[in-house]
Design a protein around this ligand. Structure first.
Ligand SMILES: C[S@@+](CC[C@H](N)C(=O)[O-])C[C@H]1O[C@@H](n2cnc3c(N)ncnc32)[C@H](O)[C@@H]1O
Length: 219
């Protein structure tokens, strides 16, 4: 007889706007749920890895990569795998609880990327890291929302505006790349990237149960 595996709530975190994220486990599967929907499911992560492959093909020996946000750590793990030994990966994460979940039960999924000496955690808004670090990064990998117009919290809107994209461009080194993950089509985002001075392209990812888009902007 098949045993029913229960869903277990492992933790809950509140975003600055009052909405919440919750970590749940079901056997060896994990979900990060947001108010009313599943933000991330542990077995579906091919597009997070593909985003890094697209954005980090050519990195210098001292590469600096900014990942926003941490989630289940798949983008961070892929960025570390792409980064050279002398590189650094800064991961900006809004919620201390998400960092704790990755130090704890989620860590096994991605072989504990927070323990890699090349990882630096910036606890807080990825926008603040962008504004504080001009001409710093070779790649900026943004997966903080469901897409440029489908936000986890309203404050993230700035990132995808003309001002936000100009600040991102200013935070990139020459030949740098911005990658933005999205689950929804967005015909206006490539033109927005072009207006901000990027060479844009859109990549549709259909692999291992994933349907997602990655917008790239090269400086
Ligand atoms: C979809 S998950 C990221 C998934 C991640 N790419 C992975 O591979 O698991 C979104 C994450 O971004 C964080 N986040 C949302 N807005 C943020 C912001 N403005 N700055 C930093 N982190 C943010 C959330 O708390 C959440 O952990």
């Amino acid at each position: 007889m098949e045993t029913m595996i229960p869903w277990v709530k492992l933790g809950r975190a509140t975003l600055p706007d009052g909405s919440w994220l919750e970590l749940r486990q079901h056997g060896n599967e994990f979900v990060i749920a947001a108010d009313g929907y599943d933000l991330m499911v542990s077995r579906v992560h091919a597009s997070e890895v593909e985003m890094v492959t697209l954005a980090c093909a050519k990195l210098p020996p001292d590469a600096r990569i900014l990942v926003g946000g941490l989630g289940m750590g798949y983008t961070l793990r892929a960025a570390l795998d792409a980064a050279p030994p002398g590189g650094r990966v800064i991961v900006a994460e809004l919620l201390a609880e998400v960092v704790e979940w990755n130090e704890g039960p989620l860590g096994e999924l991605t072989d504990y990327p927070l323990r890699d000496p090349r990882t630096e955690v910036a606890l807080g808004d990825v926008g603040a890291v962008i504004r504080a670090n001009p001409a710093t990064f070779d790649a900026i990998l943004l997966d903080v929302d469901n897409g440029p117009d489908s936000l986890v919290q309203p404050a993230n809107r700035w990132l995808y505006t003309r001002t936000g994209l100009a600040a991102i461009r200013a935070a990139l080194r020459p030949k740098g790349t911005l990658a933005v993950w999205s689950v929804v089509e967005n015909a206006s985002f490539e033109p927005r990237l072009r207006t901000a001075g990027f060479k844009p392209s859109t990549h549709r990812i259909r692999a291992h149960g994933t349907r997602a888009l990655v917008f790239l902007g090269r400086t």
